[in-house]
Design a protein. Structure first.
Length: 285
């Protein structure tokens, strides 16, 4: 595996991704029969990926993906060595919550190293939604033109949630380039508006009491809170009602036009709010 050349000190026990997925399923009380059904839908080369025990975190990780290109230098990191438990959750969601006619396309893209991370995080919000909640994936006819909406959740309590899922790396790459140039880790300095690029164009105006619309955004670095709020408020409030910064963990940061919507979203995605995704600029900055 490449990890043995890049950072051999982290490599403990080695295995295959397939064996690790079976072990992860067993740890969740899922039968081998059900895990076999889940793993049977995963195309090559993903299912053939190698896996290893990360000695620093005690997490089993699999090796799949491509490095970031930072100022013509390749940056290796955890985006290439993802926890097996995250992939299992994504596969379980795809298997159990995704319509059959859309599953094959999703899995083929998930098995593309260049698209893997983007497709993986599309399952994050749905992994948090109650299994009783109606959901639909890549839904046409609710957005602008021929664009589809990544997820429709509900109806619940008389309204549905339209969700666009984004994985943003531009701000991380720009920050890494600054570190590369100075050999230090300066306070993050970037444009939070990049997080919302193309979100506004996805939706038509709607009544949030009936159709709540917004984005779930996965980003690799913290956002300055005031700048983030300013960027969010510039979006068309009739089209974008909320934005959530979140990952696989249960805490999130919610931007919303109304407090009532914030609470509804936290309940829908069974999450709690935290400041893990933001920072406030120092007085010197």
């Amino acid at each position: 595996m490449l990890i043995e050349k890049i950072d051999p000190a982290v490599v403990g026990e080695k295995s295959t991704l397939l064996r690790c997925l079976y072990a992860e399923g067993a740890s969740r009380g899922i039968s081998d029969e059900d895990t076999r059904a889940i793993t049977s839908i995963v195309p090559k080369p993903l299912i053939d990926a190698g896996a290893f025990l990360d000695k620093r975190t005690e997490l089993w990780r699999y090796e799949f993906g491509v490095p970031y290109d930072i100022a013509d230098n390749l940056l290796w990191g955890t985006h290439m060595w993802v926890p097996v438990k995250s992939l299992f959750t994504a596969l379980f969601c795809a298997y159990s919550r995704m319509p059959e006619n859309k599953k094959a396309t999703y899995l083929a893209e998930l098995a593309d190293p260049k698209k893997h991370q983007n497709k993986l995080v599309e399952m994050i919000p749905i992994a948090k939604v109650s299994s009783n909640a109606p959901v639909d994936f890549e839904v046409p006819g609710l957005g602008v033109g021929n664009r589809t909406v990544d997820w429709v959740v509900g109806p619940q309590d008389g309204r549905i949630v339209l969700l666009d899922v984004k994985r943003r790396t531009t701000d991380f790459i720009k920050q890494a380039e600054r570190i590369e140039a100075t050999s230090t880790a300066p306070e993050p300095n970037h444009d939070p508006a990049l997080l919302f690029r193309s979100v506004e164009q996805k939706f038509l105006p709607s009544n949030p009491d009936l159709q709540l619309q917004g984005a779930w955004i996965v980003t690799d670095i913290k956002q300055e809170e005031n700048q983030l709020l300013q960027a969010f408020t510039t979006l068309d409030s009739s089209k974008v009602h909320f934005a959530i910064l979140g990952d696989w963990k249960p805490d999130v940061y919610v931007l919303s036009r109304r407090d009532i919507d914030r609470q509804f979203l936290l309940e829908t995605f069974r999450s709690y709010t935290s400041n893990r995704f933001i920072f406030q600029k120092t007085s010197e900055g």
